[in-house]
Design a protein around this ligand. Structure first.
Ligand SMILES: Cc1cc2nc3c(=O)[nH]c(=O)nc-3n(C[C@H](O)[C@H](O)[C@H](O)COP(=O)(O)O)c2cc1C
Length: 177
């Protein structure tokens, strides 16, 4: 049995209604009892983030997932704003875990030194890794969904199942601690 929700999934897609990948991922975990799915753009269409509410959500969960489509090798703007306004500066989140779930339009092979992008995802995600480190959070292995446009329905389904498993495992690990 799951206790109170302890995985917070912050979904940051500017148009979730037209999303294929992020909508499927969010749908896959929305029904899990220990997971809170929080649609940032849906909650704040005017980009006025309720900082006390977001801080309370952050503190009430032990794992935080940032789920977003890669936009210019970074987060969509509302997620950056959320980080700017909500993340506490300093080691206030020790003991919590941060996981990234990122979809990209470009294929996996482009995210190599020889590829068109020229950098690996690990390199490009460094600022978020540094943010986790500064705030005292552990960083879990990211879920990367590459080549969003060319993903078959079957591949997307398997990816969504993998996401569900990862978040269930997060719950299982935390339940026994
Ligand atoms: C403004 C904008 C910037 C984007 N920048 C990138 C990028 O830097 N790298 C990349 O691989 N894809 C980029 N894309 C493609 C999106 O990441 C891709 O469409 C998205 O992950 C698909 O997920 P969805 O089906 O949930 O919308 C960009 C798309 C938009 C609209």
């Amino acid at each position: 049995m799951h206790p109170d929700p302890h995985v917070l999934v912050l979904v940051a897609h500017p148009d979730l209604g037209r999303s294929r990948v992020n909508a499927a991922l969010a749908d896959a975990v929305r029904g899990l009892r220990h997971v809170t799915v929080h649609d940032l753009y849906g909650s704040y269409p005017d980009h006025r983030v309720d900082v006390p509410r977001e801080r309370a959500l952050l503190h009430a969960h032990r794992t935080v997932v940032l789920q977003f489509p890669f936009y210019w090798y970074s987060t969509p703007p509302l997620l950056k704003q959320w980080l700017d306004q909500v993340m506490p500066y300093g080691p206030a989140l020790t003991g919590k875990t941060l996981r990234l779930a990122v979809s990209t339009g470009s294929a996996a092979h482009t995210y190599t030194p020889e590829g068109r992008t020229g950098y690996t995802m690990a390199e490009l995600l460094r600022p978020l890794e540094a943010t986790a480190r500064l705030t005292g959070m552990d960083l879990a292995e990211p879920l990367l969904v590459h080549g969003a446009r060319n993903l078959t329905d079957e591949e997307l389904k398997r990816t969504a199942e993998r996401y569900q498993e990862l978040l269930c495992a997060a719950g299982a690990v935390q339940r026994t601690s």
